[in-house]
Write a protein that binds this ligand. Structure first.
Ligand code: GTP
Length: 352
C-alpha cells in the first residue's frame, strides 16, 4: 500500500517557526517531524510515500531526496497554488487504483496501520477515518459514529450540552479510488468540509476506527512544546543511538559539563555538537538543539532550544521555545509560552 502525506500547509498557527521551515520539517527532539511518520510507515511495511507539497517544496526534497536514506521510496507532488487537503489528495493520488493511506503531516501517533486496513476492508468501506478519544470534546470537531462504527455526523466544537461523543479526527484516513474520485480535480477542496459531508450525503460506506496510545498534533506552539515534553517524558520511544548519563541523553559530539544538574521528572536531550558549560541547571524535560551553546550558570526548565542558538551566562528559560540561531544574552529571562523566531537576539537582562 502507498501512503500519501499532506505536507503543503503554511502552518500559520505555528508561526514564527514555520516562517522559515514547513511544519512537517520542524525538528522534534532534534529530527525532522516527518521522520516519526516515516518510522511508523516502515514499521507497518509501507515503503512508498507520496508527499503532497505546496509551501516551500524544495525543503522537502533537500531533506529526503528519493527517500533512500530514510528507507522509503518518496515521490513528490507540488501544488503551485494550494489545493487544500482534498484537492491535494485528488492531485497526488492521480492514477492510483487501490486503497490509499493518507496522513496529515503534523500528527504523532501510534496508528496500527494493519488493524486500520483490516477494519476498513471488513466493512467494505469507501473511506475510513482514524479517530482518537479526547478529554475535553468542546475544544475539537467531533466525529459521531454508530455502535458499528459507521460515521453519522460531524460536530464542530460543540457546547457541553451538545456533546454526544468524545472521538475526534486523528488525521489519518483510508480511501478507496471511488472516494478520491468524488473530489473535484484541480480546484481547492477540503477533506473535512467537502469530501466528508459529501460521503455522508451520498450514504457511502464511511467508517471510523478508534485508535489508542499516544496522539498529538504539533499545530500550535503550545502543542509543539508539549510533544517534546511527552517524547522526553517517555510517551514515545526515541529510536536513536544516544549516550545516556543519568537523565541526560547525548547525541554524538555533544559536550556536557560534569556538574550539570537536573531536578524533577523527564529527560534532557543535548543535540549533536552542542556544548553545555559548567553550573547549568536543568529542570523537567528540555531539548537542546544541535550546535547550541549554553553558557555557565544558565537555567533551562521545560523548554526547547532549536539548533545553533546561544544561551548566555545566567540566562533563564522556562516553558518556552527558542528558534534556530537565536542569541539570548547574559542574564536575560524568557518565560512561559514565549516563542522566539529564528535569529532573534534578546539583549542582556531583558525579561520576556
Ligand atoms: P494552519 O495554517 O496553522 O492551520 O496549519 P496547516 O496549514 O498545516 O493546516 P492544517 O493543520 O489544517 O493542515 C493539516 C495537514 O494538511 C497538514 O499536514 C498540512 O500540511 C496539510 N495541508 C493543509 N493545506 C494543504 C494544502 O493546500 N495542500 C497540501 N498539499 N497540504 C495541505
Amino acid at each position: 500500500m502507498k501512503a500519501l502525506i499532506l505536507t503543503g500547509g503554511q502552518g500559520l498557527r505555528l508561526r514564527p517557526f514555520t516562517c522559515e521551515t514547513p511544519k512537517p520539517l520542524l525538528p522534534v527532539a532534534n529530527v525532522p517531524f516527518l521522520l516519526y511518520q516515516f518510522q511508523l510507515l516502515r514499521r507497518h511495511g509501507v515503503r512508498e510515500v507520496l508527499l503532497a507539497t505546496a509551501y516551500r517544496p524544495e525543503a522537502f526534497r533537500r531533506a529526503f531526496g528519493d527517500g533512500r536514506k530514510v528507507g522509503l521510496r518518496i515521490r513528490y507532488a507540488f501544488e503551485p497554488s494550494p489545493l487544500g487537503t482534498g484537492g491535494a489528495v485528488r492531485k497526488t493520488a492521480e492514477g492510483i487504483d487501490r486503497t490509499l493511506l493518507v496522513l496529515n503531516g503534523d500528527v504523532l501517533n501510534d496508528l496500527d496501520v494493519g488493524a486500520f486496513l483490516r477494519s476498513h476492508r471488513r466493512r467494505k468501506a469507501a473511506a475510513s477515518i482514524a479517530l482518537v478519544r479526547v478529554k475535553d470534546p468542546t475544544l475539537y470537531g467531533l466525529v459521531e459514529t454508530s455502535p458499528e462504527g459507521r460515521i453519522l455526523r460531524f460536530l464542530e466544537k460543540p457546547t457541553w450540552d451538545e456533546v454526544t461523543c468524545n472521538t475526534i479526527n486523528a488525521g489519518a484516513y483510508l480511501f478507496e479510488p471511488s472516494a478520491v474520485a468524488r473530489i473535484p480535480p484541480g480546484v481547492p477542496y477540503s477533506l473535512e468540509r467537502g469530501l466528508f459531508p459529501s460521503l455522508l450525503e451520498a450514504g457511502a460506506p464511511f467508517y471510523g476506527f478508534v485508535i489508542g496510545g499516544y496522539w498529538m498534533d504539533i499545530g500550535t506552539v503550545e502543542k509543539y512544546l508539549q510533544v517534546h515534553l511527552d517524547i522526553l517524558g517517555g510517551a514515545v520511544p526515541l529510536e536513536r543511538a544516544l549516550r545516556r548519563r543519568g537523565r541526560f541523553l547525548l547525541e554524538p559530539g555533544a559536550r556536557l559539563a560534569a556538574d550539570a544538574a537536573h531536578d524533577g521528572e523527564g529527560r534532557v536531550l543535548i543535540g549533536r555538537g552542542a556544548r553545555v558549560a559548567p553550573c547549568v541547571q536543568f529542570s523537567g524535560s528540555v531539548c537542546v538543539g544541535p550546535r547550541c551553546a549554553i553558557a555557565r550558570g544558565a537555567s533551562l526548565a521545560g523548554c526547547v532550544v532549536l539548533g545553533g542558538s546561544r544561551i548566555g551566562e545566567g540566562a533563564r528559560l522556562k516553558d518556552c521555545v527558542v528558534g534556530h540561531r537565536c542569541v539570548v544574552e547574559a542574564g536575560a529571562s524568557i518565560g512561559p509560552g514565549r516563542a522566539l523566531g529564528d535569529g532573534t537576539v534578546v539583549k542582556r537582562f531583558s525579561q520576556l
